[in-house]
Design a protein around this ligand. Structure first.
Ligand SMILES: [Fe+2]
Length: 218
């Protein structure tokens, strides 16, 4: 593990990270997690991402990513992937890929400034990766091996998509449960669902701009 270059220590020109954007953990039970955070903790489910390939690492992995909003706009996030063991933090590669802490920066240029700053300090980075709703770089806390991210929202409503999030959750759970009930491979069923969903979104994009899906300002 490389160590930061001590000669470049001190506050970076772009300042400190301004706030927590999201802290993300792996969960083996997304429905139970949604119930607890929305009903017990009172945090609304405000955004979701469903994917079959992790954009920042290229890993093939059907996953459901969900965000719960705090009062200041910061969020707590979880990932569910099929076949996760219960509460076994290092027993499945998903925990290494998905567990991370993300700081928010003001603008896309700051992400590039951070990337340069980290590289100058001997910290390896992945990205910048454009996720459509946010632009991110990834790296590891070289002391504690915690996966870190610095991210900049590219669309204003990235953490205010309650209706779409509720739809995504319903669809994900439906596909997962019906595959399990009918004895199908859950990962395969989810990959098929994600491919159909991606094709539908592609068709919508080709047909023209949709006001309900604001495009990233790049
Ligand atoms: Fe993230």
């Amino acid at each position: 593990m490389s160590q930061p270059n001590a000669t470049l220590s001190g506050p970076p020109a772009q300042g400190r990270p301004k706030m927590l954007n999201h802290l993300a953990y792996v969960t083996h039970d997304v429905e139970g997690t949604v119930d607890f955070y929305t009903q017990v903790m009172g945090m609304p489910m405000v955004s979701t991402v469903i994917g079959s390939r992790v954009p920042s690492t290229g890993d093939d992995f059907p996953y459901f990513h969900v965000f719960f909003r705090l009062d200041d706009g910061s969020t707590l996030a979880f990932f569910e992937a099929p076949g996760l063991p219960r509460a076994n933090p290092k027993g499945h590669p998903a925990y290494d890929i998905f567990d991370h802490l993300a700081f928010e920066a003001d603008k896309p240029e700051d992400i590039h400034a951070w990337a340069a700053w980290l590289l100058q300090n001997g910290v390896e980075i992945t990205g910048p990766t454009d996720h459509g709703i946010i632009l991110s770089i990834y790296f590891r806390d070289p002391v504690n091996d915690i996966r870190l991210e610095i991210t900049c929202p590219l669309v204003e409503d990235w953490n205010a998509r309650e209706d779409a999030a509720a739809r995504d959750l319903r669809d994900w759970v439906e596909v997962k449960n019906s595959a399990a009930e009918t004895g199908q491979d859950v990962s395969e069923a989810l990959l098929k669902f994600i491919a159909a969903r991606d094709a539908e979104q592609h068709d919508r994009a080709v047909e023209g701009p949709d006001d309900s899906l604001p495009r990233a300002s790049r």
